[in-house]
Design a protein around this ligand. Sequence first.
Ligand code: GLA
Length: 780
Amino acid sequence: MISVNENCFFLHTRHTTYAFCITKYGHPEHLYYGERLDEPDAAAAPLLALKRTAQVGSTIAYSQEDLNYSLDILPLEYSSAGCGDFRNSPIEALMPDGSYSCDFLYTGYKIMEGCHPMKTLPCATGTEDVAALCISLNDTRNEAELDLYYTVYEKTDVITRRCVLKNRSSSSILLRNLASMNLDLISQNFTMITFDGGWAKEAHIHKRRISYGITVNSSVTGSSSNRHNPGFFLAADGYTEQTGNVYGFNLIYSGNHQGLAELSGHDTVRVQLGINPHCFSFEVKPDEEFEAPEAVMTFSSRGLGGASRHFHSFINEHIVRGRWKKRPRPVLYNNWEACFFKFDEKKLLSLAKEAKGLGAELFVLDDGWFGSRDSDTSGLGDYDVNKKKLPGGLTGLASKINSMGMKFGLWFEPEMVNEDSRLYRTHPEYAVVIPGKKPNLGRNQLVLDLCNPEVRDYIVEHVGQILDSASISYVKWDMNRHITDAYSPCMKNQGEFYHRYICGLYEVLDRIFSPRPHILLESCSSGGNRFDLGMLCYSPQIWASDDTDPIERLKIQGGLSCLYPLSCIGAHVSASPHQQTLRSTQLSTRFNVAAFGCLGYELDLDNLTLAERREIKKQITFYKKYRMVFQYGTFYRLPSPKDNKVCWQCVSPDRKHSAAGFFQTLSGASEGPDVLMLSGLKRDISYTVSTKPQNLYIEQFGELTKHVLPVELNPNGLILHTANKYYTLTDCVEHYRGKGALIMAGIPLNNQFMGSYYNENTRLLGDCGSSLYIIEAEDA
Ligand code: GLA
């Protein structure tokens, strides 16, 4: 809901209020962002406003008529450059008069039902309980206008912000920075929480106390990057996962981004988010305009968990669109880790048969199906099917897979080209290179110039042809290198390259997938190198990481879960020892972690033992039963006072069904009690809590088997090895019941194995062990 009262604007969501007013000179002054204020009116403004009863030393007065009015001290909704605000400027533009100075003042506002779509970039969508406010500002020289858009997503407690600069002069404006949003908050001793890493270690949580000066979270790799996800939080002093004031920010953009928090000498914190000004300059010609991507904000007084849950419902409701919105995501099998580039139709069909038998619903053929693609040195850019590997082509393979009762999906990497490819030999000018400079390769490949309309047409046509040539229900769209040598002959001003590349990518995705709405798109970029809200506008799910080691995934999926719902996170079970970490983990833990996401399997199914096959079949059956709870339930990162434990929980919307994961990284000797601290249940109804039964493999106990088996067996001998393939033990199963309130008070669990005693009530977790608990309302 948006209300306006004498130049004061109040934006209300279910639990939050955002307020600003227009000062006597016409600057938009920020008043408040926090818990919902009931029915404030214009009288609230002087109360909420930062007082200006004295001049702050060493400031520049905006006008000699009011020496206390300095832009450097005012909390502003947007700021200008060169008028006395010396904090980081949200705008840097070479104006027609040759100066970098501008001063935008209020001219009016407009309120619109629903969201106001963007012309050049994807943005959030929605009509019901959605309203937009546009504040128009005009530069004092009448050379440019700046529109500030606020869209209020009432039910999901999110407000988005973006701005549009319009050139109203007769010469070009050269934009060097245009932040999507500027927000000045009074300091609450914030901690900035960011999600950083690299390949195979995406989205690890990092926390930094905001101190004087600027703390930056940014990417310059050409994509939103695995180094620093665009999303971040500012958490007030004393916050926890469950309590305290937390502000969340994210950007609907897949290119270079910059988010920052600047603590000023007067203890205001300036927050900005938008396109990274690094190597950016954009010429806005007379009567043209430039749209900054949409930024997303939320506030919760219920800690990091509360802010995360706002983002989750916002993304499920207003970012993900199309046929797959809020629909159960299929359990898939992907052949990549089983085969890499080495496969033929026989191998694929054998894997598919196994996958079907286990319960998979979708078979995905990954890299290596086209051109001369037998390694990552050749073939990218070409779309002819490798007939040696697939004599019946994709049509033949897809129809065989379909007739087994599974859907068929396919991998593409359309933004790239290998020098050793037909496309590069015919059209070297399609690749991104700087004339006269030898380009730098990444994974042996060059980037295709998506700024060039001819290249975009090539991709749309060829990917489209393949998609229409066979029954393809899913696409994995990969992008496996950072961008260097940024240059396109299609533009004069190379400062536009990175932004135009991303606009080109969005155009291509739109042209390919809008006419084919049945296709489920999963985006990927060497894992989670482009896990952002821009991609989620096209692909309902994203491959989180090439690292499927469950212990690493606790950090990766745990980090991503702060910003993105589980329905968006691709999570697979792969082989052990793991190919990136060499860590050995139980099949149960690999599944238990992957269940908190869109489940898939990616190991060589032909190598499974009978016992493993039986276990995977049960896992998939179980996941299908609870998949809506895992993918779309309310998600909680539960308190786990011990450093070696991670606990997660998903609760169905009616709060009758829930699943919780208890994960142990390294086991400790003779540890004290483990307490399961569940959340989100109804306090006054009765629930049962039971461990999901799972298997223990005899071999993992080595010589210890002598304590439980009637005969003593050599741990390295054939008998134990053979028995391990066929027989498993059942892990300890616990059962509890009680009212929601009692259960949420914390359940001390059965003892773990402590080296002194064992019976069927002993939890055998060890290193990397885990259990799932199922919580059901008794009247469900
Ligand atoms: C990237 C992806 C992997 C796989 C390979 C294929 O690394 O992240 O999942 O698709 O490419 O080359």
